[in-house]
Design a protein around this ligand. Structure first.
Ligand code: PRP
Ligand code: URA
Length: 209
């Protein structure tokens, strides 16, 4: 069963409040998103597998732990997910990156796919799908389905702000995928935007308002 992790460290809440403010510039918005993604990366990678390695300190030989297994894969949902990649990469520099392009149809609010490029060997790798917004859940559901169709199995979803509707929808369709979010907001409005939310994340990151 999917577990919901709300990563509400005071530093994250403070930075998220700054992001929500209407007057925050694109430059500040991008920088704050990058910083929060790095903080969240600590929790998302908490259960990475370890292996024992023999090393020599200046004092003696010893057996210690290092991350084992193949490099993990970060999969941003375009466009806004791109804003979370650098923060994760700072913690896990060897991570590979796949891209999935989806946009929500303005009338139906349903996601439309336009791009999918994933690294080789995803069936043996941990995958972290990233997108700041989990609104109806349609984009996250479709992105994760695309990854599963191509053999991905070990998948987590990381966002910044989630609506209760999106959490339920994603957990129903993909009960094996844990969700990591910095906040669970109140609801969706009539345009399927998160309330109070932070507006259109892609537009705020890339200045296309
Ligand atoms: C936003 C956001 C998510 C999606 C969430 O992208 O970045 O991908 O909406 O909504 P959902 O949970 O209802 O699917 P958008 O479709 O606006 O595309 P963009 O990133 O290109 O702006
Ligand atoms: N996409 C966004 O960027 N913001 C929302 O509130 C909902 C979907």
């Amino acid at each position: 069963m999917s577990v919901l992790h709300v990563i509400d460290h005071p530093m994250i809440q403070h930075k998220l409040t700054l992001m929500r403010k209407e007057e925050t510039s694109s430059k500040d918005f991008r920088e704050l998103l990058d910083e929060i993604a790095m903080f969240m990366a600590y929790e998302v990678t908490r259960d990475l597998p370890l292996m024992e390695v023999k090393i020599k300190t200046p004092i003696c030989e010893t057996t210690q732990k290092m991350i084992s297994g193949k490099a993990l894969v970060i999969v941003p949902i375009l466009r806004a997910g791109i804003g979370m990649v650098n923060g994760l990469h700072r913690l896990v520099p060897a991570a590979k990156v796949g891209h999935i392009g989806l946009y929500r149809d303005p009338k139906t609010h349903k996601p439309v796919e336009y791009y999918c490029k994933l690294p080789q060997g995803i069936e043996n790798r941990e995958l972290i799908v990233v997108d700041p917004m989990l609104a109806t859940g349609g984009s996250a559901i479709d992105a994760i389905s695309l990854i599963k169709q191509r053999g991905g199995k070990n998948i987590k979803f990381m966002c910044l702000v989630a609506a209760p509707e999106g959490i339920s929808a994603l957990q129903n369709v993909h009960p094996d995928v844990d969700i990591y979010t910095a906040a669970v907001d109140e609801k969706l409005n009539e345009n399927a935007y998160i309330v109070p939310g932070l507006g259109d994340a892609g537009d705020r990151i890339f200045g296309t308002l």
